[in-house]
Design a protein around this ligand. Structure first.
Ligand code: SAM
Length: 289
């Protein structure tokens, strides 16, 4: 189908102004090679608000009383939301076979039967629901309070995650058995079953919002995969420092396979597990608190 793309030119100066404003809001960094992307994705907004061009749009984003809503709305068109169930199998194996057993044993010994896992930048929910399915498959959490918290900056993907209904492309690497056990087919789509959903809460959260992150409470494991690749070093540092603050001592940070903490943080230890290399917040001297 033909869709009309309005042609509204963005000058270099307008690009820099809008780019910097978006960056300080959410950490997404558009370099000058991706100026055309910003122009293409925001042209419809200029048109929607009946503005004469990108200079007016910049003023709208800065000073209009609806600026916060507009910034929130454009996250839906500026973020890359590609995701699918059971992404990065090696890491998930390390999670179920090494990380979770270690955490479960240490917590059980300390009489703490809570497990809190954060999927930061969860997109449409495939990642937090994958974590929930893996924990259900593992078993051994009777009497535990297990929480998986999925958060994202885009309201559009948050709505999809809450709905929990998926098409074929989300299942590109999913074993048929998981589909049978944890989904119900509805008109050619697949709905996540309630016992999976019950473990997961989905919320809107900007990873640069350090105050709100502090309110999330302590986490045992943080998944933040394929999110910070879109940030520059300074924004990555801000986000990783927040993760360090909310992780429990001995807790794990799982990044995407193309991401690392090199030149970002030395506060985590790189741990070589059998199935993968992962980051761990070091335990205080003397072991578990
Ligand atoms: C490519 S998806 C990754 C999804 C999933 N973690 C995975 O690996 O399959 C990146 C997600 O990060 C989100 N994101 C980008 N910047 C963000 C920010 N500042 N705060 C919260 N989420 C953000 C995007 O909206 C997008 O849904």
């Amino acid at each position: 189908m033909f869709t009309f793309e309005p042609e509204i030119p963005m000058s270099d100066e307008e690009f820099r102004l809008i780019r910097d404003l978006i960056y300080s809001h959410c950490g997404l960094f558009f370099d000058s090679d991706s100026a055309y992307l910003l122009e293409k994705r925001l042209a419809k907004r200029v048109q929607l608000h009946q503005l004469s061009g990108f200079r007016d749009y910049y003023h709208f984003l800065r000073y209009n009383r609806k600026k916060d809503q507009e910034l929130s709305d454009i996250m839906d068109v500026l973020t890359t939301n590609e995701t699918y169930f059971f992404r990065e199998a090696f890491q998930l194996k390390a999670f179920t076979q090494e990380i979770i057993p270690e955490i479960r044993d240490a917590k059980a010994k300390a009489g703490d039967r809570t497990l809190r896992i954060w999927s930061a930048g969860c997109s449409s929910g495939e990642e937090p629901y994958t974590i929930a399915m893996l924990l259900l498959e593992m078993g051994g959490f009777a009497g535990w309070h297990v929480e998986i918290i999925g958060t994202d900056i885009s309201q559009r993907v948050i709505q999809q995650a809450r709905k929990g209904v998926y098409g074929k492309s989300s299942f590109r690497v999913t074993d048929e058995g998981y589909v049978r056990r944890y989904f119900t087919e509805q008109d050619g789509m697949f709905r996540v079953n309630d016992r999976v959903r019950e473990l997961v809460t989905i919320s809107h959260l900007n990873l640069l919002d350090t105050n709100r992150i502090a309110l999330l409470g302590r986490m045992d494991v943080i998944f933040c995969r394929n999110v910070i690749i879109y940030f520059d070093q300074a924004a990555r540092k801000t986000v990783i420092d927040s993760f360090h603050r909310v992780l429990r001592d001995g807790g794990y940070l799982l990044l995407g396979h193309s991401e690392s903490l090199m030149n970002i943080s030395t506060a985590f230890a790189l741990k070589h597990l059998k199935n993968d290399m992962v980051y761990q917040k070091p335990l205080p001297p003397g072991g578990r608190p």
